[in-house]
Design a protein around this ligand. Structure first.
Ligand code: NDP
Ligand code: MG
Length: 395
């Protein structure tokens, strides 16, 4: 019986993960569930799953969590609060597997702590790889932690690399597929004036708010290029992005002989979650099978980086190295929040990212403390940029 800590249990990935776990009660037990704000949902999940511990990320939400647990009449479950509590769950001896589905750089510390404790990490939180980079990968290697990629593109690459030896791996090219988000197929749309509501309406995937906006700007693909570089050790020049609106091919690996291996499946995050949970076995996850008996068109076109500059910024940040990707990620998180709050426009997210990246110098950040400090500093600077922009708009 594997004991699982589900960080970010109330989110989109958290919900899909519990659906898969529920299908295999003989193999998995939920040891811990965490969230940030949605204490009612966390309490109802605690009632259903009876974990040993639940935790909420912000200390000020502890009283609300306690009340919510009382309302659903759950007793005997330890209740914790604060970022440190979540990080300590990630390294707990009572946990074998950490399903890391927190959104944003808030996931950094729990991922590092799980890696240091040698856990099996099912990683959806791409921001921790984007910021943690080689420092995180090295820590995982030295402590015997196994990082399994939940992000569908990386899960596809992981599957296509199965059985590939180090020599063959040294020459592969990766092709990450990208749906294009809600605007790629609509060149007539004036991106300067799109609303959060329109940007959140993803054509093929149903996801949390932050990643949905990242998909609309193509920053999600940019973060994924950086993530792929660190997870698979492939340089940025050999990681391509291709627009594939049907989201059937989840990514591809091209080998030296010209063979391209692809992983195809329905758009359902339960599949990569189940692959990581069961690896190396394959588990049933309720995923609809592809129907090749019916006509199916698969198209592939290059991305438009002039209209969606964030993808190009991600390659620049990766080439810069050091704090470059941390700064880009922080600027983007601040920008997405400001856009969702109606403070800046859709295209301002890219302007903010460019402005912050231009100030970055790519100095090394080789410890968790240095990474966290670079993240904090970049957030402060990005928040100033948003304030100035908002003030200029109001003036
Ligand atoms: P959601 O916004 O749906 O869920 C995020 C989860 O993280 C919630 O449980 C939320 O709690 C919790 N959370 C929010 N802020 C904090 C914080 N500061 N500290 C601790 N926990 C926090 O996001 P998704 O499930 O869509 O995405 C999660 C991660 O997975 C992201 O990194 C995303 O990029 C990645 N991913 C998601 C995919 C998807 O299909 N959704 C696909 C591939 C990757 P609360 O509900 O209380 O706010
Ligand atoms: Mg993805």
């Amino acid at each position: 019986m594997q004991q699982i800590a589900l960080l970010g249990a109330t989110g989109s990935i958290g919900t899909s993960a519990l659906d898969v776990i529920a299908r295999h009660p003989d193999r998995y037990s939920v040891a811990a569930l965490t969230c940030a704000h949605n204490v009612r949902k966390l309490a109802s999940l605690a009632k259903e799953w009876r974990p040993a511990v639940v935790a909420v990320a912000h200390k000020e939400n502890w009283a609300a969590l306690k009340e919510a647990m009382h309302e659903v009449n759950v007793t005997g479950v330890e209740m914790l609060a604060g970022a440190e509590a979540i990080a300590s769950i990630a390294e707990s001896r009572a946990v074998d597997t950490v399903l890391q589905a927190v959104v944003g750089a808030a996931g950094l510390e729990p991922t590092f702590r799980a890696a240091a404790a040698g856990k099996r990490i099912l990683l959806a939180n791409k921001e921790s790889v984007v910021c943690g980079g080689e420092t995180l990968m090295q820590l995982a290697r030295t402590r015997g932690a196994k990082i399994l990629p939940v992000d569908s593109e990386h899960n596809a690459v992981f599957q296509c690399l199965e059985g590939c030896d180090a020599a063959a791996r040294a020459n592969v090219r990766l092709w990450l597929t990208c749906s294009g988000g809600p605007f790629h197929a609509h060149p007539e749309t004036d991106l300067e004036s799109v609303t959060p509501e329109r940007a959140l309406a993803h054509p093929t995937w149903s996801m949390g708010r932050k990643i949905s906006i990242d998909s609309a700007t193509l920053m999600n693909k940019g973060l994924e290029v950086i993530e792929a570089h660190h997870l698979f050790g492939v340089p940025g020049e050999r990681i391509g992005v291709v627009i594939h609106p049907q989201s059937v091919v989840h990514s591809m690996v091209e080998y030296a002989d010209g063979s391209v291996l692809a992983q195809l499946a329905s758009t359902d995050m339960r599949l990569p979650i189940a692959y990581c949970l069961g690896y190396p076995e394959r588990l049933e996850a309720g995923v609809r099978k592809l129907d090749f008996a019916s006509a199916m068109n698969l198209t592939f076109t290059p991305p438009d980086t002039a209209r969606f500059p964030q993808l190009a910024l991600a390659y620049e940040a990766l080439a810069m190295g050091g704090t470059g990707t941390i700064v880009l990620n922080a600027a983007n998180e601040v920008g997405v929040q400001a856009f969702l709050a109606g403070k800046i426009g859709f295209c301002d997210i890219a302007r903010l990212c460019r402005a912050m990246l231009e100030k970055a110098d790519g100095t090394a950040a080789a410890t968790l403390e240095a990474i966290l400090e670079a993240d904090r500093e970049a957030r402060r600077s990005a928040a100033d940029w948003v304030r100035e922009k908002t003030a200029a708009r109001g003036a």
